[in-house]
Design a protein around this ligand. Structure first.
Ligand code: SF4
Length: 312
């Protein structure tokens, strides 16, 4: 599936300490509605796009958000995905405006919940009360029939809580809500917060495996929740768990645009490198390279490539 990925503005209502944006970026320019419409037209002239994905910063607080959703869904009649912290959806009026902008188009959203303990989530977002607001927003979206997934970004501060988080998700959200466990890009704030954020696969994967054992138990009891692991190399997990690993997405981002202080960097780019994959020497002769999502390149820069164990 070919996706056009636009960060429509970098302003955010949270200050997550592992945000891939640098500290100054939230003050950067955002795209106006006209700029976004032009970007969409330019994208469609060059690429066959199956899906538009809006991100930020926090996309829902940008001025152009509702009109551009309307443009994509009603005028272009394309499916839309949204990466959002869901806080604004805690307000019913906003949710109503949003649903009317989406109309009958296909829509899905992904929201990060960083822990099942509110204080721990709020610590990572650096915003008191954010856990409650995100949860209310998420529940409102789920009740409105929106296709929703919860994402857990695995960092040094929270990896040991993963197995308990699984129970929280199964107890809090209905079966149709997906769950994504995700290793993060070690750049921007993440690199600055060395003690709290980066965690090696060696340390975190035993907890991923314990978490997946719980998921398997739930599955055996009839639950059908879609559970996926992102940006985790196959060779770092026991093959028993490979079923859950999301396959390579390196060809998926066909067009990309994000605001940047350097004008050149804020232009629309095609076939933008995702910063993830299997570009490492160790991967060249690996027998599972075609089905492996690989790793963030920033992870390999930080930890080296000693974690790779090519499959022969
Ligand atoms: S060696 Fe590379 S291709 Fe093979 S499983 Fe590991 S990350 Fe994937």
């Amino acid at each position: 599936m070919k996706t056009a990925y636009y960060a429509i503005g970098l302003r955010c209502n949270l200050r997550c300490i592992f945000c891939p944006c640098s500290e100054e970026q939230p003050d950067y320019k955002y795209f106006t509605l006209e700029e976004l419409k032009d970007t969409i037209e330019e994208t469609l002239k060059v690429k066959d796009i199956d899906n538009f994905l809006l991100s930020g910063g926090e996309p829902t607080i940008q001025k152009s958000f509702i009109p551009i959703v309307e443009y994509i869904c009603q005028e272009k009649k394309r499916p839309l995905s949204l990466l959002t912290n869901a806080i604004v959806f805690s307000k019913n009026k906003f949710l109503e405006r949003f649903l009317s902008a989406v109309g009958n188009s296909k829509f899905e959203m992904v929201t990060a919940v960083h822990n099942h303990i509110p204080e721990k989530h709020d610590y990572l977002t650096q915003t008191k009360g954010s856990f409650e607001k995100t949860l209310t927003g998420l529940k409102n979206c789920v009740s409105s029939g929106i296709n929703t997934s919860v994402k857990y970004n695995i960092v040094n501060y929270n990896y040991k809580d993963l197995p308990e988080f699984i129970d929280f998700v199964y107890e809090t959200f209905p079966d149709e809500v997906g769950l994504i466990l995700c290793n993060i890009d070690i750049s921007g704030f993440a690199r600055k917060n060395k003690d709290v954020i980066p965690v090696s696969f060696e340390k975190s994967n035993p907890y991923i495996e314990k978490a997946l054992d719980k998921v398997i138990k739930y599955m055996n009891n009839g639950w059908k929740r879609n559970v996926r692991i992102f940006t985790t190399p196959l060779c770092t997990l026991d093959p028993y768990y490979w079923y859950f690993i999301n396959k390579s997405t390196k060809d998926d981002v066909a067009a990309y645009r994000s605001p940047d202080v350097i004008e050149e960097n804020s232009k629309l780019m095609f076939d933008f490198p995702s910063g993830t994959g299997t570009p490492f020497d160790e991967c060249k002769d690996c027998k599972v390279i075609d089905i492996c999502p690989g790793s963030w390149e920033s992870y390999a820069e930080y930890y080296g490539t000693g974690f790779l164990r090519p499959v022969n």
